[in-house]
Design a protein around this ligand. Structure first.
Ligand code: 5GP
Length: 119
């Protein structure tokens, strides 16, 4: 059994969140500390800790992250202006919650994707 995570508790309704989409494979909810006018987290219902733990059997859920991102971008009205999809992985990727998730950012010019001055 995978260890419960903050996000698995949100998925199961044990912790409140602004859920914008849920189906059999993924759940999407608004980030509690948004970095852009639209900032939604799209999370597989299965507890997969990081991108480094994805298995072949997870391919359907991983694909669903993208189709739900597309649908939500349309709902948010950012599909024409554009948006950014990000999956952070482990320490160097600055992943904070160890339950794989895709960030959907949009609603403003998001700037350069890399911190080019960071050492
Ligand atoms: P990471 O750095 O792991 O890729 O991103 C974790 C994200 O989860 C952060 O953007 C953070 O604001 C968000 N977050 C952390 N705790 C909560 C919470 O309790 N509820 C919601 N909706 N988002 C959270």
């Amino acid at each position: 059994m995978a260890v419960e995570t903050l996000f698995s508790k949100i998925i199961q309704g044990e912790i409140p969140a602004d859920i914008v989409f849920q189906d059999d494979l993924v759940t999407a909810f608004r980030d509690i500390n948004p970095a852009a006018p639209t900032h939604i987290l799209i999370v597989p219902n299965k507890i997969i800790p990081t991108a480094a733990d994805v298995l072949p059997e997870d391919e359907q859920a991983m694909g669903r992250l993208f189709t739900v991102a597309r649908k939500l971008a349309e709902q948010e009205g950012i599909d024409q202006s554009g948006y950014r999809l990000v999956v952070n992985c482990k320490e160097d990727g600055r992943q904070e919650v160890m339950h794989l998730h895709m960030h959907l950012y949009g609603g403003r010019d998001l700037g350069s994707p890399l911190l080019r001055n960071a050492k």
